[in-house]
Design a protein around this ligand. Structure first.
Ligand code: GLN
Length: 215
């Protein structure tokens, strides 16, 4: 039977705005279609087998949660994530999880080192948090589609050279409220600021991730 093997990273720490709803939605979507679904969680101090998962997921978190998991993530999970991606697994990272894919999250004098899996960096700048409803236009190779969600982040993310955004902002702020980009897309790696939770709000994206996993 075709099966989606999902790995959730730090589900206890990295789950705000009900980001775990993305996991529940993937499970139910598979069940409704007669597809298998397996769920594994990897928390603090836990490694994982890079060959055993089709989709790796990490949700959003407060700055203090990100501080708590960042060093652990680099130490216990970075190499496995990298090798899973190289072997065709997908990665979906939301907000705080997305920020940790980059090289750093700079909060004044404090620097949270990221995984360096995408060429981007996040900086907490002067000014209001970027909060509100967002819509973006994306194309994952199947034509232009819209993603809708909710953002709430103090960090501003800037893509480095060669990094592609997930989409272009139609409404809201996106990565930094300035350049019109939202998220990052690199092969099967997707990072985005969109909560909602994202997948129940945008069922087509859940289906795209499931299709990639069982292909
Ligand atoms: N703590 C991060 C920020 O405020 C991410 C917040 C989130 O995941 N919603 O920028």
């Amino acid at each position: 039977m075709s099966e989606l093997r999902l790995l959730a990273l730090y589900p206890e720490q990295m789950n705000i705005y009900a980001d775990r709803g993305n996991v529940i939605f993937l499970r139910e979507r598979c069940r409704w279609r007669g597809l298998g679904f397996s769920y594994t969680a990897a928390g603090i101090g836990e490694g994982f087998d890079p060959d055993a998962h089709d989709l790796i997921y990490i949700g959003g978190g407060q700055d203090r949660d990100q501080l708590m998991v960042a060093e652990d993530m680099r130490r216990t999970k970075r190499d496995a994530i990298s090798s899973a991606l190289a072997d065709g697994s997908s990665l979906l990272a939301v907000c705080g999880g997305y920020q940790l894919l980059g090289s750093r999250y700079q909060l004044g004098d404090r620097r949270i080192e990221g995984l360096g899996l995408a060429n981007l960096e996040t900086v907490r700048e002067e000014g209001e948090r970027l909060i509100g409803n967002v819509s973006i236009e994306v194309d994952l190779g199947t034509g232009p589609r819209v993603l809708a969600g909710f953002e709430n982040h103090g960090g501003r993310t800037y893509l480095g050279s060669g990094a592609e955004p997930l989409g272009r902002v139609l409404h809201g702020n996106g990565n930094n409220g300035k350049d019109g980009f939202e998220g990052v897309l690199r092969g099967n790696l997707i990072g985005t600021y969109l909560h909602g939770p994202l997948l129940p709000k945008n069922a087509w994206l859940a289906d795209e991730l499931i299709a990639r996993a069982i292909e």
